[in-house]
Design a protein. Structure first.
Length: 210
């Protein structure tokens, strides 16, 4: 009987401890999931932040479909400048030998506030560099064209933080179940491929016009 009286408070203490642990654990899980949702620090953005269409794009600059998708987005930005807000994230594929290098040049251009200028050149001239045996000289020429400081560019390219930033963006994509490029999240809905995005735009903007 004496042992039973002693075990009651022990059981109570154990229950309280487990409850506290569960609450703390729940807060930690919530904090982790919240941090994944707000990982926009790995993105480069343009457009109207209040636009009805909010798009997160995962891109590999050597991917031909990505080039088509980028040109499509540019076209719709020109037609509907207030209707689209774009956040672009890197997702270099291992199958593309220059995917990571191109992303590094784009990111280093971003450090000099020239991201979209370099982005557009990489996209518009993709057919000229994607099949080269070595694209570095071509990237350097484009860097001069967008008037980058070459000394700062070289330091940025050699900085491990540059590749880390790119790989963190790719990790965001992997967490979001991205496995190929281009992949888009349009108002949270995943759309894979430039053709699928084109079909979505055609339907969306046609319905707006009616």
């Amino acid at each position: 009987m004496e042992m039973k009286r002693l075990s009651k408070p022990l059981v109570t203490i154990l229950i309280v401890c487990l409850s506290v642990a569960a609450v703390i654990g729940g807060k930690m899980i919530f904090a982790k999931s919240k941090s994944l949702k707000v990982a926009a620090h790995n993105a480069h953005s343009k457009g109207n932040p209040s636009a009805p269409l909010k798009i997160v794009e995962y891109i590999d600059f050597q991917c031909p479909a990505c080039a088509k998708g980028a040109k499509l987005l540019r076209e719709y930005f020109q037609k509907f400048p207030d209707q689209i807000y774009l956040e672009l994230k890197y997702f270099p594929l291992s199958a593309h030998r220059f995917g990571l290098e191109a992303a590094k040049y784009a990111e280093c251009a971003a450090q000099q506030n020239k991201f979209w200028q370099m982005h557009d050149l990489l996209i518009d001239r993709q057919e000229q560099w994607r099949d080269l045996s070595n694209a570095t000289a071509f990237f350097q020429i484009m860097a001069v064209e967008v008037d980058l400081n070459i000394s700062d560019l070289d330091r940025c390219l050699a900085d491990p933080k540059t590749e880390k930033f790119i790989q963190e963006a790719r990790l965001d994509g992997e967490v979001a179940k991205v496995s190929s490029t281009p992949s888009y999240f349009v108002n949270g809905e995943m759309i894979v491929g430039s053709k699928s995005l084109e079909e979505y735009f055609a339907q969306h903007f046609q319905s707006k016009a009616e």
